[in-house]
Design a binder for this molecule. Structure first.
Ligand code: GRF
Length: 203
């Protein structure tokens, strides 16, 4: 299986996927890491691992659709089976998303459907919830609403602030995302409407 990963910055989730794929000898290859920002730190890591990288600068385009069209052409140069959004901070147009139906994933730092959008840790703290977490889902045109593949939860501590929460959740992201990608590579994911059934031993 051929995987393209899209980043906008640090790329810690991309790193976790690259490292896990190598360690677990997946029958898959990360064939490219693409960013919408030339200053994305993750690009250096990908290059250091010998992974082709490219940049499609979002601010150079007059419209969202124009950017998405060039991004799609660049992605499809690598003929991916799966597109992984990992800290990719762009809202994608419906046409782009529909081109990758059930083969584009995203990770969102909340237990969807709670707390869509940004500043999810602040939302959780302000809401006073006791459990927070991360969600991996297939991407659909409606932001942060696609079929959920997997989730991991953490308890919110009385001492938590946005920073401590995001750091503790990042650890969970680096567990749940590589595992979800591996399930896809192994053909274990079946989308049934808004549900994803995982034909995997969940223990
Ligand atoms: C992470 O918090 C993730 O939940 C969100 O973007 C943030 C940056 O992730 N999608 P990364 O270190 O760039 O992978």
């Amino acid at each position: 299986k051929r995987i393209v990963i899209l980043i906008s910055g640090r790329g810690s989730n991309m790193q976790a996927i690259v490292q896990t794929a190598k360690k677990e000898h997946w029958s898959a290859e990360i064939v490219a890491v693409i960013s919408n920002r030339s200053d994305a730190a993750g690009l250096e890591y990908a290059a250091s691992m010998g992974i082709p990288t490219s940049v499609v600068i979002s601010k150079n385009f007059p419209t969202r659709e124009a950017f998405d069209a060039v991004l799609q052409t660049e992605i499809d140069r690598y003929s991916p089976d799966l597109v992984v959004l990992a800290g990719f901070m762009r809202i994608l147009s419906a046409g782009f998303v529909e081109h990758y139906t059930n083969r584009m994933m995203n990770i969102h730092p909340s237990l969807l459907p709670s707390f869509v959008g940004v500043k999810t840790h602040k939302q959780a703290l302000d809401a006073g919830v006791k459990v927070h977490g991360v969600t991996v889902h297939f991407v659909t045109p409606e932001l942060d609403h696609g079929p959920i593949i997997d989730q991991l939860a953490v308890r919110i501590l009385s001492t938590d602030d946005e920073e401590s929460l995001s750091q503790r959740l990042l650890i969970q992201e680096h567990i749940v995302y590589p595992r979800a990608v591996r399930w896809f590579v192994e053909g274990k994911l079946k989308v049934n409407g808004n549900r994803v059934d995982v034909d995997a031993d969940l223990t």
